[in-house]
Design a protein around this ligand. Structure first.
Ligand code: TEU
Ligand code: CA
Length: 560
């Protein structure tokens, strides 16, 4: 068991555009974050992952970077950012920055050069190909709809963009590009940051030849992920980055990796191999997705959630390290998705937090999660801002003639703007997020759900998170203990144990609004037990052999 600070940390993700606006232009900014550091300190987190704050034309809200070494004007200046880092370090908070190097913006100086001519020194910083029979070089589909290729008049070739056409993919085969990225990483590390979250980092190695994707349903374009997810040179690139850059600093790294398997993740996060500390896997956020992809809704089954989490807990045990998350800026709000955001919003938010924070790995809290913020339903598509949502709408409704109500329903359930509405700080106009016009409308439920209310109420979700985070700090077993699933077949109860040396924890969670009665397996019979945390009142004399749980009830016991 190798102990390190990043295993013992709890990370809080800030999506700066929606966090806190200090100057009334309706857009969250760096000074707004500084104003809220004491709030975050009180919550107890010790690392902040800051989504991109670099210069960007904002086609994808900062995930399209036009200058990696400048701060976006709307967010402030480099001096503001340096003050943020200093104010964080003063409070014992660490900062990890978003590293977006699968692609840049098409407005980046490299791309402006690259597109000029075929012999431009920057040509090979990106992936250019001639067309095939008057069409795109292959049939790959962009994550944001349509072809993953864009034709460029100047040189009569196409460039690859797995995301939007304003996000051309960088060519990692080119050692000069890799050197530039490493130099840029050092620029930030030398300023004193504490690590990186790496955007779709397992996409950077493409299979040479860029073969056509399989297309069983004969669609116009098809998902080409087989040819760039965990591609042929990915481990070599990760290892090179580690040798050249990361190993020279005491930092933490987390690679965002759609499609990653437990076997691959064990390699990426095996300390001996010197690649990354942990990865964000996607299996649990794909369980409610049908065969038609993200917008094809499918009900979530508890048995699938058990199987997935158990696979990841056991798959990395003693080999690598898990990151634990239930939502982020790309995913719906967790209480709306996995809990019940109506009758049992507070209970189910606390239950889900217990579920995640009692597992082995490093937990991530996404802004607003700690006050139980929910999904939003805007009436018309015009009120949405997210490029993924808007492109999909254009393709399906305007071009494809699909049913409007059905598409809007998918947006309500899965759209990324669910997670991007401004943080609800109080019950004043615009939820105290801004004194101006927010860039994305505030969720109308801010009068009941807001941070001010949550701080004042000792029974709030916020204070429950505070206790969970505190428990993790005080109990090594919560960080390092081994996980084992119990009651595998139960349709409503998710129960598991954690074991470290002679110590044991028992976690019991009700994922339903019913009141199931169940028997704990005999191996959980201990002479004594102590309740560590729960989201309902529990009587000390209650048995833990035959148990009845209330709707969305969560209990954690220490067994002795
Ligand atoms: O996301 C990568 C990714 O593949 C998905 O999560 C995807 O963006 C989408 O949400 C699927 O529905 C990362 C960033 O987190 C995301 O915000 C960016 O848009 C994307 O990369 C491109 O940089
Ligand atoms: Ca602002």
């Amino acid at each position: 068991m190798n102990k390190t600070w990043w295993k013992e940390s709890v990370v809080y993700q800030i999506y700066p555009r929606s966090f806190s606006d200090s100057n009334g232009d309706g857009i969250g900014d760096i000074n707004g974050i500084i104003e809220k550091l004491d709030y975050l300190k009180e919550l107890g987190i010790n690392v902040i992952w800051l989504s991109p704050v670099y210069q960007s034309p904002n086609d994808d809200n900062g995930y399209d970077i036009s200058d990696y070494q400048k701060i976006m004007d709307e967010f402030g200046t480099m001096e503001d950012w340096e003050r943020l880092l200093a104010e964080m370090h003063k409070r014992g908070l660490k900062l990890i920055m978003d590293l977006v190097v699968n692609h840049s913006s098409d407005e980046h100086a490299w791309f402006k050069e690259s597109r000029k001519s075929k012999d431009n020194p920057y040509r090979d910083y990106y992936i250019w190909r001639p067309g095939k029979n008057g069409a795109e070089p292959n049939n790959w589909e962009s994550v944001f709809s349509g072809s993953a290729w864009e034709y460029d008049e100047a040189t009569e070739e196409y460039y690859l963009h797995v995301f939007s056409k304003k996000q051309p993919d960088l060519n990692w085969e080119n050692p000069k590009l890799r050197e530039e990225v490493y130099r840029m990483m050092k620029f930030w590390l030398d300023k004193g940051i504490d690590g990186f979250r790496m955007d779709v980092i397992n996409f950077i190695s493409k299979v040479p030849g860029l073969p056509d994707a399989e297309n069983p349903h004969n669609q116009r374009y098809a998902w080409g992920g087989d040819y760039f997810m965990d591609g042929p040179r990915i481990h070599e690139f990760m290892n090179e980055m580690n040798q050249n850059v990361l190993s020279q600093y005491d930092v933490m790294t987390v690679g965002e990796m759609p499609g990653v398997t437990t076997e691959e993740a064990a390699l990426y996060t095996d300390g001996e191999r010197r690649e990354l500390n942990m990865v964000f896997q996607f299996e649990h956020v794909d369980l409610d997705t049908g065969p038609g992809g993200k917008w094809d809704l499918k009900p979530l089954e508890l048995k699938d959630l058990k199987a997935t989490f158990t696979k990841w807990q056991k798959g990395l045990e003693g080999k690598g390290w898990n990151s634990l998350y239930l939502n982020n800026h790309d995913q719906p709000r967790m209480v709306s998705r996995f809990g019940n955001d109506k009758e049992y919003r507070v209970e189910s938010a606390k239950m889900l937090a217990t579920f995640l924070h009692m597992m082995q790995g490093t937990p991530y809290v996404y802004q607003g999660e700690e006050i139980g913020m929910t999904n939003v339903r805007f009436e018309t598509i015009e009120e949405y801002e997210d490029i993924e949502t808007l492109n999909m709408y254009r393709e399906k409704v305007m071009d494809g003639g699909e049913d409007l109500a059905q598409v809007m329903n998918s947006v309500y359930v899965k759209g990324r703007d669910n997670a991007r509405t401004p943080i609800q700080w109080d019950d004043s106009e615009n939820a105290g997020f801004t004194e101006g016009n927010p860039w994305l409308k505030v969720n109308p439920n801010y009068k009941e759900i807001n941070a001010k209310q949550a701080m004042e109420d000792p029974e709030s979700i916020f204070h429950f998170y505070r206790r969970l985070i505190q428990l993790r700090k005080e109990n090594e077993i919560i960080v390092y203990g081994n996980y084992d699933l119990l009651l595998e077949e139960h349709p409503h109860i998710y129960a598991y144990s954690r074991t470290l040396g002679g110590e044991k924890l028992l976690v019991m969670l009700n994922f339903s609004d019913e009141r199931p009665v169940f028997e704990m397996p005999e191996e959980m019979e201990f002479s004594d037990h102590e309740l560590m945390i729960s989201n309902y009142e529990v009587h000390a004399e209650e048995s833990i052999q035959t148990v009845e749980l209330k709707p969305y009830e969560a209990r954690v016991y220490r067994l002795k």
